[in-house]
Design a protein. Structure first.
Length: 271
């Protein structure tokens, strides 16, 4: 077997949750180029954008959208059954669905002591419980596939706290705060990854976390400058920077890799 063949996902069914978001769309495109068949899972009310429809046309019969709520087990089980009947037995699960709060999209800010419990609860439910529920539902198929791999999407904020100085130029009162439960939830995802790796290793399923750094996507110039000054490589991530690491963790190229957090952050957490 050649090294290139190790990275080939030909005939493998990959489920991507949160597939219609920025990272999810990029993950779907990456996996399609690696020859996978992709089940794109997102909320029932989510509407595929034109760029998703373009991928459907570019890869006929290999990309389908399936409605599913990662916090609703019945919804996930229904999606699982349809995916199996249309695409085949899922071999790889990319737990990408999550809630974040970019500063440019915030309509109301809170002081630390005022953050509503329902906001905290919603982030934890999607970002942590959603990962676990998806794993539970797709686990039998991953076992059956003989190539089972789970990739949980973490964050650099699983390891470090957001620097409030990145946002102090924003004219908001109270000042913008990155949600405290975002980093807490991603730290939980990394720990859950290790737990699942230990428990699922004996049945041949690998479980790893992929933790991106800040991904460029319409942030304001002052934020970008401040952020990049903090990154040893001097820039924000591009979607293509996540492509190689994703395929590595999904494929046989990482056949002896489980229980790790692969940080793709340009060195942000190195100092």
């Amino acid at each position: 077997m050649t090294m290139r063949a190790d990275f080939d996902l030909k005939d493998r069914v990959v489920v991507v949750t949160g597939a219609l978001g920025k990272l999810g769309h990029g993950f779907c495109e990456t996996l399609l180029h690696a020859n996978a068949r992709v089940a794109a899972l997102d909320l029932p009310q989510a509407e595929p954008k034109p760029r998703f429809r373009d991928l459907e046309r570019q890869f006929p019969g290999r990309l389908y959208f399936f409605p599913g709520d990662v916090c609703d087990r019945d919804s996930l089980e229904a999606a699982h059954d349809v995916i199996r009947s249309r695409l085949g037995c899922p071999a790889v699960l990319v737990n990408n669905a999550g809630i974040d709060q970019p500063p440019g999209k915030v309509t109301r800010t809170y002081r630390l002591e005022e953050i509503p419990a329902e906001i905290c609860r919603g982030i934890l439910e999607v970002n942590v419980l959603g990962v676990f529920l998806c794993t539970q539902v797709f686990l039998p198929s991953l076992r059956e596939s003989k190539h089972g791999a789970i990739i949980n999407i973490g964050s650099l904020y699983a390891s470090v706290s957001p620097d409030v100085r990145f946002y102090d130029h924003l004219a908001q009162d109270p000042p913008f705060l990155k949600p405290p439960m975002y980093g807490a939830s991603k730290a939980a995802v990394v720990n859950l990854t290790k737990y699942l790796a230990a428990h699922l290793g004996p049945c041949g399923i690998r479980v790893n976390a992929l933790s991106p750094g800040g991904v460029a996507g319409g942030q304001d110039e002052q934020f970008i400058r401040k952020f990049c000054d903090r990154v040893p490589l001097g820039r924000m991530a591009k979607l293509k920077d996540l492509a190689g690491p994703l395929v590595f963790l999904a494929s046989d190229a990482s056949a002896y890799v489980t229980g790790i957090e692969l940080r793709v952050d340009g060195g942000f957490t190195a100092w």
